[in-house]
Design a protein around this ligand. Structure first.
Ligand code: PEP
Ligand code: MN
Length: 345
């Protein structure tokens, strides 16, 4: 259920509603909007009686939420959310490019790629230290030393960093070293991990599971918001289909579907979405045209030497060329490149 306050409702009136929600043993989530405050209620097993709130001062209306998710829905918050990632805004009109190697391999490799990524105009640096690999015998990531390399390189090139957490143990480390925590496709429905990440106060990049529907993606995000962490960016990264010309099938319609249902930003990962270098840039351009809030792209200066996802890494020059094309595409959907962190001497 959602309680919508009047435009002129006072903080005291909002507080009074929150107190009544808490007195019922439920959790109140005040959601400030551009026009008015809405208060989401979670923790109820069945329907909550609207009359308990309707007559409180400052309450405009009490709306039963029609979707199984509440806090992520546009009903709860009509304006698109902006998530700040280490000082870079993602969402709203702000388009952000997350780029970097699939895996952090060495300090030199990470710094080389990061310098290219920074020079290309991308705003956020990605790099995996805990890798969810299909085979237990392939490179599993450097673990904590990899996070330390990514943090140092992020400082060097002055970019916020994002890396994946695979479980509760790696989550603590990723939260300590990084500006944003990635929850990968394979963990999208790991509900205990989602709850734990929801108790942190760090931005989360939540990737769509390879067999998950849009509703399931939004429900996964709801787990994070329900614990009080509202800083979630969603990511479409391709789903499993019968198609064998592509590693996954990049579902760009999901971007449009999500934006209708939810206020959360959604970015697109054409690297895992296609798995083939030659498909990454065309699908990236398509993602921009469809209205995505950003891109996540894997880059390597020596793709054939990459320790993971070698066949989908694009070259630094290809990333630069793509980003140079963005000013032509972004106005189509009313977006502009998010301001990167300003370089200090
Ligand atoms: C990744 O971003 O490196 C990754 C493993 O992605 P996904 O979870 O989408 O497979
Ligand atoms: Mn990868």
């Amino acid at each position: 259920m959602l309680i919508v306050m009047t435009v002129g409702a006072t903080p005291q009136q909002v507080e009074r509603v929150i107190e009544r929600v808490s007195a019922l043993g439920l959790k109140a989530h005040p959601i400030p909007g551009a026009q008015r405050v809405a208060i989401g209620i979670t923790g109820n097993q069945g329907a909550v009686e609207p009359a308990l709130f309707e007559n409180l001062p400052g309450v405009l209306e009490v709306i039963p939420v029609s979707h199984p998710y509440k806090l992520v829905s546009r009903e709860a918050k009509p304006e698109s959310s902006i998530v700040m990632v280490g000082g870079v805004p993602v969402g709203g009109d702000n388009f952000a490019v997350f780029a970097g190697p699939c895996s952090v391999e060495t300090p030199e490799q990470t710094l080389t790629i990061a310098r290219h990524v920074r020079a290309s105009g991308a705003q956020i640096l990605r790099g995996g230290a805990f890798k969810p690999r299909t085979s237990p015998y392939t490179f599993q990531g450097l673990g904590e030393p990899g996070l330390a390399i990514l943090r140092d390189v992020g400082h060097e090139v002055q970019m916020p960093i994002v890396s994946e957490a695979l479980d509760e143990g790696s989550l603590d480390l990723v939260a300590e070293y990084c500006d944003m925590i990635q929850i990968g496709a394979r963990n999208m429905q790991n509900y205990s991990l989602l709850r734990t990440v929801g108790r942190l106060r760090k931005p989360v990049l939540l990737k769509r599971g390879m067999g998950a529907t849009v509703d399931e993606l939004l429900m996964a995000a709801e787990y994070v918001l329900a614990e009080g962490n509202y800083q979630v960016v969603l990511c479409e990264r391709g789903i499993r289909t019968f198609a064998d010309h592509t590693r996954n099938t990049l579902d760009l319609a999901a971007v449009v579907a999500v934006q209708r249902l939810s206020h959360l930003p959604i970015i697109v990962d054409p690297s895992h979405g296609t798995g083939k270098r030659h498909k990454v840039v065309p699908l990236a351009r398509a993602a921009v045209a469809v209205g995505a809030d950003g891109l996540m792209i894997e880059v390597h200066h020596e793709p054939s030497q990459a320790l993971s996802d070698a066949s989908q890494a694009i070259l630094p020059g290809e990333l630069s060329e793509l980003i140079q094309q963005l000013p032509q595409l972004l106005p189509l959907t009313g977006r502009h490149m998010a301001q990167p962190l300003r370089l200090s001497a």
